[in-house]
Write a new protein. Structure first.
Length: 590
């Protein structure tokens, strides 16, 4: 009796708080209430990434011990039943259920309502069997009694692989792991809540009260992307990459005045709904992450420098030999030709490497001075600097300082070899010319909408004057000769009813696997209407191995297809005037 009284005093007085705390711990369960992830929509409010109802399948491992489950091998039995439903290895589930000191474990996250329905039906079957067994004097074992669900959400992409390179994806925990999902994860994720409730025998005790901190939903993100234009760009580049048996390709569509990106398509792409089927090399956004030498589309920057510095005009005569010896190299054009007698406009229209070298050589009194002047213009156009999008893994391109240019680079950089950029930077160059010489930093986000429903516009993009409006207009007219003149290299980009300014590019390609030059980068860049620029389209295809590899031949038609679709979608009025016909060549002695 004395021992009993002493023990009673110890439990009720001395150790009362400790025992109460232990009972509280075993009685109450606390779990996280996931915040609903914000939507990502296109500029028209159409969902590109959204969240749907889902369930985390959880369990109370203590309820799988022999004394609680009344079944000696309850973890193994339950795991065998759940494995085919959850798509999880039975051994892994058994391990999670065999932790008697734990009261909570997650068996599988973000399962569909159909999965939970299957489990719930199984639970009902086993519960009924347990009741019958108990009524018959048996142990009444129910191996699924300790399996539960917690409401959560699952990320889905209603349009499959559309704009996947931009959107990115989430990981198994629902956190942004690529693309804008990663870059804007903090805004999209919101703040998780918590809930704490009493339970007994695996059931919630409604009379014991609940402590809850509500979750705060993430913000919705509205992009600058137009879903329909994105679809057109993605289809066009995917079809041509497949037809050319190329490594990959990209198309960028940009509003020339606002800098807003209307489409950014990559091929091949991936479906963020099912990453198990995705090629790891295609999971990023190649239009921002690939770095490559642009070739002749870069000549527009060289011409901008020549015009802005006043060392030549579109009509300046440039005598172009078949070969040009500079430094330790002999330079040539894409085709062998007799001596050409071209105007500066003709140099651009016929995409002459030799003519470009000769023109940019006039930028300074010495080659070193010319290099420095050209370098400054390339930098102002954005080469070697991030675009301003802040996109994960984006490349700034490669542009060495002029004093570090090799002998060959001094003459190849003017025509687009020896420097590198990404597709967005290439598009931005042409948008700068189309916008009267002012570079507007590109943007992908129009604004955000918080939990309170208020829309907050994105900050206005940075603007930089690169060349004068006069130079930009002159360049636009010269670029029309590339497409409109029969001697131009971009005739396949003509669009009936619209004046088109554009430039072809065919560059030797640095092979990232083999090292050194192997294959080609074909490209086309331009804007329309040339007399009232609204839209820029840039296309590039890497390593085409079937058919033509010239930019005008395989990217010109893509430009036309995507530009026509964009002009119609945005209801852009046709051109109201005829282009000025600048001379392409001259007769010797004139």
């Amino acid at each position: 009796m004395i021992a009993f009284v002493v023990r009673l005093l110890q439990v009720q007085a001395v150790d009362a708080n400790a025992y109460a705390a232990k009972a509280e711990k075993n009685r109450y369960l606390s779990y996280t209430v996931a915040a609903e992830r914000g939507e990502i929509t296109d500029r028209g409010g159409i969902a590109l990434a959204t969240s749907v109802d889902a369930y985390d399948i959880t369990a109370d491992p203590k309820m799988f011990t022999p004394e609680d489950s009344k079944a000696p091998d309850a973890p193994q039995q339950a795991a065998a039943l759940l494995a085919p439903i959850l798509g999880v290895d039975a051994a892994e589930l058994t391990k999670k259920l065999s932790k008697p000191k734990s009261r909570y474990t997650v068996l599988a996250r973000r399962q569909t309502p159909q999965v939970w329905t299957q489990i719930k039906d199984l639970k009902s079957v086993f519960a009924e069997k347990a009741q019958k067994d108990k009524a018959a004097g048996g142990p009444g074992a129910n191996v699924l009694a300790g399996v539960f669900q917690e409401s959560t959400t699952k990320r889905v992409y209603p349009n499959g692989g559309l704009a996947a390179g931009i959107l990115g994806y989430v990981n198994a925990d629902g956190k942004g792991a690529g693309g804008l999902e990663s870059q804007l994860d903090k805004e999209l994720a919101g703040e998780d809540g918590t809930i704490k409730y009493a339970q007994s025998g695996g059931r919630r005790v409604p009379t014991a009260g609940t402590k809850e901190v509500p979750a705060v939903a993430g913000s919705d993100i509205e992009l600058t992307i137009d879903r329909d234009i994105q679809w057109a760009a993605q289809k066009a580049i995917s079809d041509q990459v497949a037809k050319s048996k190329a490594d990959r390709g990209y198309v960028v569509v940009q509003n020339t005045r606002t800098g807003e990106v209307l489409a950014m398509a990559n091929a091949p792409g991936f479906d963020p709904n099912d990453l198990s089927q995705a090629d790891a090399a295609s999971l990023g956004n190649a239009a921002l992450q690939d770095v490559y030498e642009p070739g002749s589309t870069s000549k527009v920057m060289s011409m901008a420098a020549v015009l802005e510095e006043g060392v030549a005009t579109p009509g300046t005569h440039v005598t172009v030999p078949n070969r040009l010896h500079r430094g330790d190299r002999l330079f040539k054009d894409d085709i062998d030709h007799p001596t050409w007698y071209l105007t500066l406009n003709g140099v651009l229209a016929k995409s002459s490497n030799i003519g470009t070298i000769l023109a940019t050589g006039q930028l300074g009194k010495t080659q070193a001075e010319s290099n420095k002047v050209l370098y400054d213009y390339l930098r102002k156009f954005g080469i070697g600097s991030p675009t301003g999008l802040g996109y994960p893994g984006e490349t700034a391109g490669i542009l060495a300082k002029p004093q570090d240019w090799s002998t060959s680079q001094q003459y190849t950089i003017p025509f687009g070899q020896g420097l590198s950029l990404n597709a967005m930077q290439a598009a931005s160059i042409y948008s700068t010319i189309a916008n009267g010489g002012v570079r507007v930093a590109p943007s992908l986000v129009r604004g955000t909408k918080g939990a309170d429903g208020r829309f907050t516009p994105a900050e206005a993009p940075e603007q930089t004057r690169v060349v004068s409006e006069k130079t930009a207009k002159t360049l636009a007219t010269m670029l029309e000769s590339v497409v409109g003149d029969e001697e131009g290299t971009g005739t396949k980009a003509k669009i009936p009813g619209y004046r088109v300014a554009g430039k072809t590019g065919t560059a030797n390609r640095v092979d990232p696997v083999r090292g050194g030059y192997h294959g080609y980068t074909a490209s086309f860049a331009g804007f329309a209407p040339a007399d009232n620029p609204q839209i820029t389209v840039y296309c590039a295809i890497q390593n085409p191995t079937k058919g033509s590899y010239f930019g005008g031949q395989i990217c010109g038609p893509i430009y036309k297809q995507v530009m026509e679709f964009a002009l119609k979608t945005l209801q852009t009025a046709p051109s109201g005037s005829e282009p000025a016909r600048l001379p392409v060549s001259f007769k010797p002695g004139e």
